[in-house]
Design a protein. Structure first.
Length: 252
């Protein structure tokens, strides 16, 4: 495969889960992929496995530090494909969700993509080509109980995506969102452990609770999300912008 030959990609949160699957898929397609994340060991392992070409250690929630790192990345060379995948989730009833909790979700799930996009977008516009893919969630398309801060941040990310699509419509740069349902990742594993700890249910019962909203009755595979990202990142997808593609088994 060489559909991404000659293109440079940056995947945030690329050390594990959905981000790692996206980086591997883009690499197989011929892109030169840089992965960014907090855990250096996980990033190094992906590069050594040939699933990415390079890595950068950074925390997207540290706005000043992340801005500085993104400025260096942008100055070092072109980024043609930006996948804003790094994210975090928090579960609590609304009345037990603090202002700091809301801010944390916004810092990671909204401002992380804002900072990364702001850094690489001028180069994309100048070259008249770019693909911005934001990993949102079905939580950007509907509400879920007990994750109000997360849902709000993902709705915000989808709103940003749609605004970028309109502003960039004549530049050759597209902006789209991929909205996975519950996916088989470390984040969902942590959610399962929380359900077990708080309710006393078995892990099987907890998993059934998460998958009951999916008509297929299963977790989404990270590779399925990666396939959607690759479709949007292709050169041939020039007319697809402002879209929110759900990878959720028919849930939404």
């Amino acid at each position: 495969m060489s559909e991404f030959s000659g293109l440079n990609a940056l995947v945030t949160g690329g050390g594990r889960g959905i981000g790692a699957a996206i980086a591997a898929a883009l690499t197989r397609g011929g892109a030169r992929v840089t992965i960014l994340g907090r855990e250096e060991a996980a990033l190094v392992a992906r590069v050594q496995a040939g699933q990415a070409a390079a890595y950068v250690t950074a925390d997207v929630a540290d706005a000043p530090g992340f801005e500085a790192i993104m400025a260096k990345i942008a100055a070092a060379g072109s980024i043609d494909i930006l996948v804003n995948n790094a994210g975090a989730a928090l579960s609590a009833p609304f009345l037990k969700t603090s202002n700091a909790d809301f801010q944390r979700m916004l810092d990671v799930n909204l401002m992380g993509p804002v900072i990364a996009t702001r850094a690489v977008l001028p180069g994309m516009v100048a070259r008249k080509f770019g693909r911005i893919v934001n990993i949102a969630s079905t939580a950007a398309l509907k509400g879920y109980p007990y994750v109000g801060a997360y849902v709000a941040s993902k709705h915000a990310l989808l709103g940003l995506t749609r605004t970028l699509a309109l502003e960039l419509a004549k530049t050759g740069v597209t902006a789209n969102a991929v909205c996975p349902g519950f996916t088989d990742t470390d984040m969902v594993s942590a959610s399962l452990e929380t359900i077990v700890a708080k309710t006393g249910r078995t892990i099987e019962a907890a998993r059934a609770e998460l998958t009951r909203t999916n008509p297929m009755g299963r977790l989404i595979a990270p590779e399925e999300v990666a396939d959607a990202v690759c479709f949007l990142a292709r050169r041939e997808s020039a007319s697809i912008t402002g879209s929110a593609i759900a990878v959720a088994g028919g849930e939404v």
